[in-house]
Design a protein around this ligand. Structure first.
Ligand code: SD4
Length: 334
């Protein structure tokens, strides 16, 4: 056992023993919750390698923020067609990227929107959070900031494969004129670290073929991601327009604050949006959530929305609960 892993194990068992001594957990609950730290949850199956890298970063002594950043960076440079510079371009053939990051302790947040050529938008978001008095930078200003801070920024447009896909797409209608949203995904990644602190981040190239300048939910704090260190964290993927109008990740965390399990909190946010939205359940939105106790869950309008869960004991892709079954607890004190 390496030193950091051993330290983590000792801390966990000490925390479990303290919970037990305080009378706030049964023996089996205390041990199970202790084992759930660190806990890493992310969107889609492509989140699994990101989770596993994040776990390694934590086990080697990195912070939760380091782990979020490294995990998301892995997807940003993986050739994913919805994340990073390999993402599909907008209607003008340009890849514009959005990302945000939040740190539970201190309630810090940083984000960038509509950046072009920035290899790792998640790192730019973290730098906004840590090196400026601001929360969000957009467009050319954000590009300038990334360059000034030594981040990789490439000139030019979409990479070749993306650009070819864009050219093929030109025969189809453009957004706003009957186009259907397609080819969009986000990596959102949430962490509960061994100290019980939370962090999260997300990154996307957004809606392919979008109108230039369109910004989705992902860089919006409370839209794409929200972290409240006293309660839990949530992240979104899907059609950003249906997330950002409702501060939906914020809603998920608020639902957990009011006592819902992570799965139920995700489902209830969707139900509430559907009650208001003219589209009803035809929203194309999915959420992941974790709480301070080490419970996790997901729900989406997409049947069996896949999400990835990693702890020191296991790492797997799971299916989000259909909304009709989302009152059942998953991964918690079941
Ligand atoms: C956006 N929410 O820009 C992102 C894209 C996404 O699954 O996650 N799609 O709207």
């Amino acid at each position: 056992m390496s030193d950091p892993t051993r330290r983590a194990f000792l801390k966990q068992t000490t925390a479990a023993a303290a919970a037990l001594a305080a009378g706030c957990a049964t023996p089996s609950t205390a041990i199970r919750l202790a084992k759930r730290r660190p806990l890493i949850v992310s969107t889609w199956g492509f989140g699994k390698p990101a989770n596993e890298l994040a776990l390694k970063v934590l086990q080697e002594g990195g912070s939760a923020l380091d782990a979020v950043e490294q995990g998301v960076r892995l997807v940003e440079s993986s050739g994913n067609t919805s994340v990073g510079l390999s993402g599909l371009p907008n209607a003008a053939g340009v890849v514009q990227l959005d990302a945000c990051i939040m740190n539970g302790p201190g309630h810090q947040a940083g984000s960038v929107a509509g950046v072009e050529g920035v290899v790792h938008p998640i790192s730019a978001a973290r730098l906004v959070m840590e090196k400026t008095p601001h929360v969000m930078l957009v467009g050319p200003g954000a590009n300038w900031f990334a360059r000034q801070n030594g981040l990789g920024v490439r000139d030019g447009q979409a990479d070749e494969a993306s650009y070819r896909a864009w050219l093929a797409r030109q025969k189809k209608p453009v957004p706003g004129k009957g186009d259907k949203p397609e080819n969009h995904d986000t990596i959102a990644l949430l962490i509960l670290d061994e100290n019980g602190d939370l962090a999260g981040g997300c990154s996307t190239s957004g809606w392919s073929g979008k109108v230039p300048g369109r910004v989705g939910d992902s860089p919006i704090i409370g839209g794409g991601v929200y972290v409240d260190n006293a309660v839990g964290a949530a992240g979104a993927t899907g059609l950003g327009e249906n997330v950002m109008r409702y501060c939906a990740s914020y809603q998920v965390v608020e639902n957990m604050r009011h006592g819902m399990s992570p799965t139920e909190a995700c489902a209830e946010a969707i139900r509430r949006i559907a009650r208001t939205d003219p589209k009803g359940m035809d929203l194309a939105i999915n959420f992941i959530a974790i709480n301070k106790k080490g419970e996790f869950g997901a729900a989406g309008t997409q049947a069996n929305f896949p999400y990835s869960v990693t702890t020191p004991e296991f790492s797997e892709v799971r299916k989000g609960k259909p909304l009709s079954q989302a009152t059942q607890k998953e991964g918690g004190n079941e």
